[in-house]
Design a protein around this ligand. Structure first.
Ligand SMILES: NC(=O)c1ccc[n+]([C@@H]2O[C@H](COP(=O)([O-])OP(=O)(O)OC[C@H]3O[C@@H](n4cnc5c(N)ncnc54)[C@H](O)[C@@H]3O)[C@@H](O)[C@H]2O)c1
Length: 416
């Protein structure tokens, strides 16, 4: 064989990944056997629980495991956005090691998108893949972060730059947690529901248009009815449909082989903007600004009518979401455009709404002039809206600050 002969051995692997979403009410109520049955084979559970959730539900969680003769080791995690780091993920790996986790034993993650993203990432890298079960407790978690198979940490100021695709073995959806979620976080989560529904499901978008304020006020029906009859029924419909919409577009493309993703809607400029603001924007407000700018782009390119444009921005504004931020400068928009093009294989792939909403188009590239014209139009339009287009409680300083310690170890009583 001569030196320059190349021989190729092609390899192709397809792997079946199966996991489930369970809809339940009061997952930690003693009679509810769903979670207990998942941990009974192990007789123990390592639970990584958001610090606020531990304060509110910790006693109930401990009692739940105790009454089911499962020994719980609960790690209380404080993971604000500025601790969505590789160091936090490595700290979580240390907890897993200290627990002596058996190879196929699932870690339990209970919290919002921060805990499930970072601890999910720790599970992805620990022994190359460690199973986990997640229970989202925020609206963003219920309808987006915990529907996704993507787990990540921020790195060098770049949002979600280190990450993995790592499906949980089970996701348990329990909207009862929304009862204690602050109103600012409900609003924050609604942005992600508007994202998916304004492009793919007009009926659900119209439910939000009609009942959005009441859904926020009543924490998606968890605090009673407000003035709307059967607001819990509306909330249930919105949550289930939003999850279904995300699954419909994401599951066939779960390894992002196709970079033309509708889920990029609201995520073309927002990853750069979110962290550029000090203190950072809440994720949902950053996404809302991106969606509204994308709508202005669609309007300036003639993809949507003036009526549809005003209607869409009106929904965001009425629900207290941001349409704009002073840090969304022309320079930042250009920088974000360049970063996104690098991440999306040389194309912008900006999702924009079309027609009467509920449909979308992905624009492969938009030239700088068109982006600038849309940006100028956007700045002129948004000042006419309440709060000059700013959102209510739009930055992360609305969140309760923990005492600074990263975690506490709360040992469950061995009960067998
Ligand atoms: N993986 C994905 O595809 C995906 C999708 C969307 C968002 N995300 C990520 O999610 C993160 C944001 O997540 P988030 O908005 O859920 O924030 P979060 O996890 O920080 O939770 C928000 C706040 O609510 C508190 N909290 C959580 N549940 C509560 C409850 N039931 N009652 C009272 N307080 C509660 C938390 O302690 C925190 O202070 C961002 O980093 C974003 O990038 C990931």
């Amino acid at each position: 064989m001569s030196n320059n002969t190349v021989t190729t051995l092609p390899v192709s692997i397809s792997i079946e990944i199966a996991h489930s979403y369970h809809f339940v009410t009061k997952v930690f109520e003693s009679g509810n056997q769903l979670l207990a049955n998942l941990y009974k084979p192990w007789k123990r559970c390592l639970a990584i629980v958001d610090y606020a959730i531990y304060d509110l539900y910790g006693a109930q969680i401990q009692e739940y495991f105790k009454s089911n003769t499962i020994s719980a080791t609960i790690r209380r995690a404080y993971v604000p956005e500025d601790r969505k780091t590789i160091d936090t993920a490595l700290e979580i790996c240390r907890w897993i090691t200290e627990f002596d986790l058996v190879r196929r034993e699932p870690v339990l993650l209970v919290g919002g998108g921060l805990v499930t993203d970072v601890a999910g990432f720790a599970c992805a890298i620990y022994r190359r893949s460690t199973p986990y079960i997640r229970i989202p407790t925020t609206l963003i978690g219920l309808i987006d972060a915990s529907v996704s198979n993507r787990v990540a940490v921020n790195w060098h100021g770049l949002k979600n730059r280190l990450g993995a695709y790592h499906e949980p073995v089970h996701t348990i959806i329990d909207p009862k947690f929304l009862r204690t979620l602050p109103e600012s976080e409900i609003r924050n989560g609604i942005a992600e529901i508007l994202k998916i529904t304004s492009c793919t499901h007009r009926e659900t978008l119209e439910l939000l248009e009609r009942h959005g304020e009441t859904l926020i006020e009543t924490h998606f029906g968890q605090l009673g009815g407000g003035h709307v009859e059967d607001i819990s029924g509306v909330a249930d419909k919105v949550i289930r449909q939003a999850i279904q919409c995300v699954l419909d577009v994401e599951i066939p493309n779960s390894r992002e082989k196709d970079l033309n993703r509708v889920m990029y809607f609201g995520h073309t400029w927002s990853p750069t903007l979110e962290l550029a603001v000090t203190p950072p924007l809440l994720h949902g407000h950053a996404v809302a600004i991106d969606i509204c700018y994308s709508a202005t782009l669609a309007r300036s390119l003639g993809r949507i009518s003036s009526f549809t444009y005003t209607r869409l921005l009106g929904i965001f504004s009425r629900l207290g979401l941001a349409l704009d931020h002073p840090m969304f400068t022309l320079d930042l928009m250009r920088k974000a455009t360049a970063l996104t093009i690098a991440t999306r294989d040389g194309l912008l792939r900006a999702t924009v709404p079309t027609k009467d909403l509920g449909t979308y188009e992905i624009l492969p590239l938009v030239d700088d002039r068109a982006l600038q014209e849309a940006w100028e139009m956007h700045k002129k339009e948004v000042v006419a809206y309440p709060r000059k287009g700013l959102g209510l409680e739009m930055t992360i300083d609305v969140r309760r600050v923990h005492d600074g310690t990263m975690t506490d170890l709360v040992e469950g009583e061995p009960t067998w």
